[in-house]
Design a protein around this ligand. Structure first.
Ligand code: NAP
Length: 264
C-alpha cells in the first residue's frame, strides 16, 4: 500500500499539500492528514471528489504530545505502507523578544517545529519508499539568518534547514530526497498566532506570497530532488545577502526599515 503523510493539514500550506497530493498522487492508496483540528481536515476531505475523498485518513493529534506519535507508529506497523511523500508542515511562530515571550510558548515552538519534525521523520524512515520517496520539510526564509524579535522561531527553522540538508545526503543510498521549503511571509493563519503580541514589519507584508504558489513550487522542487525550495525573487535575494553581508549589518537595515514603516 502506498501512502502520503502530511502534518499541519488543517490549514495553510499543509492543507494545500493535502489537496494537491490527494488530487494528483494517483499511485497513493491513502493520504494521511495530521493536525489537532479534525473538523478542518474533514472539510478538506469533503471538498474533494468522492474517489479522492475515499483515500483520506484523518489523524487528530497534538504533535507536542507522545500520544500522537504512539498512534502514528501503531498505524504504520499495522499497515506497513510505503510512504511516497512525507510533508512536515506543522509549525508555528510567535513574534516578540526572547525576554518578553513566555517560556512555555518558546519551548512549544521548539517542540513542534524541531522535535516533532525529527520524531515523525524518524518514525517514518523505515517505511519511506526507496528510489521514489520524498520528504518535504517546511523551514522558512527565517532559517537564512538569525532574527532579533523572532529569535526562537528563526533558530528552530535554521535547525530544520540544516537537518533536512544533512538527511538528504544521508538518504542518497536509498534515493530518497529531502527538500527544505524556505518561504518568506505567506498568507495563511500563521500570522493570527504570530502577531498575538507584536505585528510583523510592514515591509514583510509587501512581499507576502499566496500559499498555493509556494506549495506548487515546493512540490515541483521535491519531485526534481532539489534540497532547498525558495519561492520568489525577494527571498532568493535574502538568501544571497545573508551569506555575503555580516549579520549585524543586515539586522541594522531590517530594524531601520521596520522603524520607517512604523512611522508611515
Ligand atoms: N505563513 C508563513 O508566513 C510561513 C513562512 C515561512 C514558513 N512557514 C512555515 O510553514 C509551515 C506551515 O505554516 P502555515 O503558514 O501553513 O501555517 P498555518 O496555516 O498556521 O498552519 C499550521 C498548521 O500546523 C498545525 N499545528 C499547529 N500546532 C500543532 C500541534 N501542536 N500539533 C499538530 N499540528 C499542529 C495546525 O493545525 P491545528 O491547529 O489544527 O493543530 C495547522 O494545520 C509552518 O511550519 C510554518 O512555520 C510559514
Amino acid at each position: 500500500m502506498y501512502i502520503a503523510i502530511i502534518t499541519g493539514a488543517s490549514s495553510g500550506m499543509g492543507r494545500k499539500c493535502g489537496e494537491i497530493l490527494a488530487d494528483k498522487l494517483r499511485k497513493a492508496d491513502e493520504i494521511w492528514l495530521i493536525a489537532r483540528r479534525e473538523r478542518a481536515m474533514t472539510e478538506l476531505a469533503h471538498s474533494l471528489p468522492k474517489s479522492k475523498r475515499e483515500k483520506i485518513r484523518i489523524i487528530e493529534g497534538d504533535l507536542t504530545e507522545d500520544a500522537a506519535f504512539e498512534r502514528i507508529s501503531e498505524m504504520l506497523s499495522e499497515k506497513k505502507p510505503k510512504i511516497l511523500f512525507l510533508v512536515n508542515a506543522a509549525g508555528f511562530g510567535k513574534i516578540g523578544c526572547t525576554e518578553e515571550l513566555c517560556e512555555k510558548i518558546q519551548s512549544d515552538m521548539i517542540r513542534l517545529n524541531v522535535e516533532a519534525l525529527v520524531r515523525l521523520t524518524r518514525i517514518c524512515l523505515p517505511y519511506m519508499a526507496d528510489r521514489v520517496g520524498r520528504i518535504i520539510n517546511f523551514a522558512s526564509a527565517a532559517a537564512f539568518l538569525p532574527q532579533p524579535g523572532f529569535a526562537v522561531y528563526a533558530a528552530s527553522k535554521s535547525f530544520v534547514l540544516s537537518f533536512s540538508e544533512a538527511l538528504n545526503y544521508e538518504l542518497r543510498h536509498r534515493e530518497i530526497s529531502v527538500t527544505a521549503v524556505c518561504p518568506g511571509p505567506v498568507k495563511t493563519e500563521f500570522f493570527d498566532l504570530a502577531e498575538e503580541f507584536e505585528e510583523i514589519a510592514l515591509y514583510k507584508k509587501l512581499v507576502i506570497a499566496k500559499p498555493e504558489k509556494v506549495v506548487k513550487k515546493a512540490l515541483r522542487d521535491s519531485v526534481r530532488r532539489r534540497p532547498v525550495s525558495v519561492y520568489g525573487i525577494s527571498m532568493k535575494g535574502l538568501r544571497i545577502i545573508s551569506r555575503i553581508l555580516p549579520h549585524r549589518l543586515v539586522f541594522k537595515v531590517m530594524s531601520a526599515a521596520d522603524k520607517k514603516d512604523r512611522r508611515q
